[in-house]
Design a protein around this ligand. Sequence first.
Ligand SMILES: *Cc1c(COP(=O)(O)O)cnc(C)c1O
Length: 457
Amino acid sequence: MSEKTIPYKIYLNEQEIPKQWYNMRADMKNKPAPLLNPGTLQPMTFEDLRPVFCDELVKQELDETNAFIDIPEEIQDFYKMYRPSPLIRAYCLEKKLQTPAHIYYKFEGNNTSGSHKLNSAIAQAYYAKKQGLKGVTTETGAGQWGTALSMACSYFDLDCKVYMVKVSYEQKPFRREVMRTYGAEVTPSPSETTNVGRKILEKYPGTNGSLGCAISEAVEVATSHEGYRYVLGSVLNQVLLHQSVIGLETKTAMDKYGITPDIIIGCAGGGSNLGGLISPFMGEKLRGEKNYDFIAVEPASCPSFTRGKFAYDFCDTGMVCPLAKMYTLGSGFMPSPNHAGGLRFHGMSSTLSQLYHDGYMRAVSVEQTDVFEAAQQFARIEGILPAPESSHAIRVAIDEALKCKETGEQKTILFGLTGTGYFDMYAYQKYNDGLMTDYIPSDEELEKSFASLPKVD
Ligand SMILES: *Cc1c(COP(=O)(O)O)cnc(C)c1O
């Protein structure tokens, strides 16, 4: 098919929204290592996980055999309100860069949460409701997940308690108000409302908080209140599963026009958007049908893949959560306060960690001033004001396109544009004022953090 027939935006129709999620683990020869019980160090069973997560989500978490899992009709209906999301051909960016590369991005920012997080939030809220629970608790960092979950909970009339990393709570008051508008109760973390919060405050007075710490508080509240469960917006297998809707739509859209990406790029915080975007393509690679160059992009200030250790670690600072085998910087790692770009979790999805370890994908780290330069360039050329997180992927997509300009190769580049950056204007302001700096942790700092890794193997 000639290039001219590819539109700027490839939209699918409603009937083409996937009716099943795809579970990459079914096609992996080396399965991700199981979650371990922090007390016994034995693999977490269904019964172990039930007090923390909804039953159906525990099943999904532990399922490594079923490749396809039906999306319940209620969730499909909700998806129809804001999906399918567009796959966009970045003609304007290509022209500006004068690259022979073809650049596509899948834009997930067209909903009030401003990110892909709603894809999993609605699924998790649905299963909580179906189980007859009163409500759910969670943490939020930049605020997109808390917003998405608030939206999902109000839709299903569930109570929603959000522990928001203190620094974001203070820097993003309007995020908080969006969540409250949807009926959520928002508490800055660490807080005095939990045992673990009080302990952390004692140990680190004046701390800005971290995701790991907010997770500990949310889990404590869920497990100590009847009718509540904890939900998590990234990292877990179940979240990658729900996010496969991104990749499945992308693949359907590309197949329609006979497009095959050479390079697939996503930013990586806990790995959910990247895992979701690559899933059907990775499935082909795992089955030996096709080859793709997958690139995870992470901040140089929180470099789990590129400088972390592949080891069992706690998912939270309070060390109450199960242990996951993943690329990690240590659960006590706190990114520098001048890091503005999100993606600040110390670990990484165990599924993606295994794939990375086995050489199925690669990872690069980028510095935040370069990320914001790409963000600004993208906003000016493609019109969309990107989230700082998403801009990590933009940075590397542009870099790859510029490499093609040098070599004359006409590669097809696909990246995930996970969201919009309207609530990140403090970070943009810093960049625009020339006050943004880069921070790269030293080896000594990382070693100090690795020292707290639990001894498991
Ligand atoms: C949460 C978030 C991310 C990072 O999370 P992953 O689980 O790694 O996808 C990236 N972009 C946006 C806009 C987000 O809200």
